[in-house]
Design a protein around this ligand. Structure first.
Ligand code: CAA
Length: 263
C-alpha cells in the first residue's frame, strides 16, 4: 500500500488490514484546524477505498487525542463567514460517511471538537489518562461538531446536559462506566495496541459483511425500532446473495476455517 505523507498526520499499517491514522500537531495539542481536517478526510478516503485495508484506527498522542477546534483559527469568524462556508460541516460529514469501521483510541485531552471527533468513530477505546469534555460554554459558544447530539445519545440527556452546560470534564474511567467508551485501558500504549488488535480482528472478516454490519448498527441511530429491525432483515436477506455467506456457513459445517472472498 502506498501511503501519502501529510503535514499534520502520521499514517501507517501496523498490522495486516489495519490503517492507523495518528493526529500529529503536537505544538497545538492536535487542535483541529481546517488544514488538518482536509488531510484527515483525504487519508480516510484513501484508506476506505484501499482494498488491503479492512479497518481504521484513529488516535492522537499520549498527551492529547485533540484539544478541540482551533480556537485561534476560529475566534475572528463572523456569522456570515461561518454560515457561508458551512464551517465544520466538512469535518463531521466525511468521517461519518466512511464505510469501513473506525476505532478511536483516545489518550489525554479529548475536548470540544476532539471529544466530538472521537464520538464520530464506530467504536471508542480510551485509557485512564483520557480527559473528555465539551468546554465550549466557557468560550462563549456551544458544541458545533455533533457533541450535543452524539453525547446525549451515548450517555443520556441528564449527564450530557450537565456536562455541556457546566463545561466540566470527565475521565476515561467515567467514559467507560457510562458506555461512551467500549473499553478503558491502563496506559496509552495498551489503548492503541488494543484498538489495533480489534481492527486486525475485524479486518480478518469478510469486508462485505463487515460493511453491512456497520451499516445496520448505524441505522439504529436514525430509525425507529420497527423500521430499524426491518432494515436489518432486508440487509440480512441480501447477504444470502453473497459468496462469503456460503463460504462462512459451509466452513462451519465442514469444521474448516473460512477463506473470505470479500464478495
Ligand atoms: N485551539 C488552539 N490552540 C490550542 C488549543 C485549541 N483548542 N488547545 C491548546 N492549544 C495550544 C495552546 O494555545 C498552546 O499553544 P502556545 O504554546 O502557542 O500557547 C499549546 O496548544 C499548548 O497548550 P497549553 O499550554 O494550554 O497546554 P496545557 O497542558 O497547559 O493545557 C488544555 C491543556 C487544558 C487542553 C488547554 O490547552 C485547553 O484548555 N485548550 C482548549 C480546550 C478547549 O476549549 N477546546 C474546545 C475548543 S472549541 C470547539 O472545539 C468547538 C467545537 O465544538 C467544534
Amino acid at each position: 500500500t502506498q501511503l501519502p505523507s501529510y503535514e499534520h498526520l502520521l499514517v501507517s499499517t501496523p498490522k495486516p488490514g489495519v490503517g492507523l491514522i495518528q493526529l500529529n500537531r503536537p505544538k497545538a495539542l492536535n487542535a483541529l484546524c481546517t488544514p488538518l481536517f482536509v488531510e484527515l478526510n483525504d487519508a480516510l478516503r484513501k484508506l476506505d477505498t484501499d482494498k488491503e485495508i479492512g479497518a481504521i484506527v484513529l488516535t492522537g498522542s499520549e498527551k492529547a487525542f485533540a484539544a478541540g477546534a482551533d480556537i485561534k483559527e476560529m475566534k475572528d469568524k463572523t456569522f456570515s463567514t461561518a454560515y457561508g462556508s458551512d464551517f465544520i460541516e466538512m469535518w463531521s460529514d466525511l468521517v461519518t460517511q466512511i464505510k469501513k469501521p473506525i476505532i478511536a483510541a483516545v489518550n489525554g485531552h479529548a475536548l470540544g471538537g476532539g471529544c466530538e471527533l472521537a464520538m464520530m468513530a464506530d467504536i471508542m477505546y480510551c485509557s485512564t489518562t483520557a480527559n473528555f469534555g465539551q468546554p465550549e460554554i466557557k468560550l462563549g459558544t456551544i458544541p458545533g461538531a455533533g457533541g450535543s447530539q452524539r453525547l446525549t445519545r451515548a450517555i443520556g440527556k441528564a449527564r450530557a446536559m450537565e456536562l455541556i452546560l457546566t463545561g466540566n470534564n470527565f475521565s476515561g474511567k467515567q467514559a467507560g462506566e457510562w458506555g461512551l467508551a467500549a473499553k478503558v485501558f491502563e496506559s496509552p500504549q495498551e489503548c492503541v495496541d488494543g484498538a489495533v488488535g480489534t481492527a486486525e480482528k475485524i479486518a480478518g472478516y469478510s469486508r462485505i459483511v463487515v460493511k453491512a454490519a456497520k451499516e445496520v448498527v448505524n441505522k439504529s441511530q436514525d430509525l425507529g425500532i420497527r423500521e430499524g429491525v426491518e432494515y436489518e432483515r432486508r440487509v440480512f436477506h441480501g447477504l444470502f446473495g453473497s459468496k462469503d455467506q456460503k463460504i462462512g456457513m459451509a466452513a462451519f459445517a465442514e469444521k474448516k476455517k473460512p477463506q473470505w472472498t470479500n464478495e
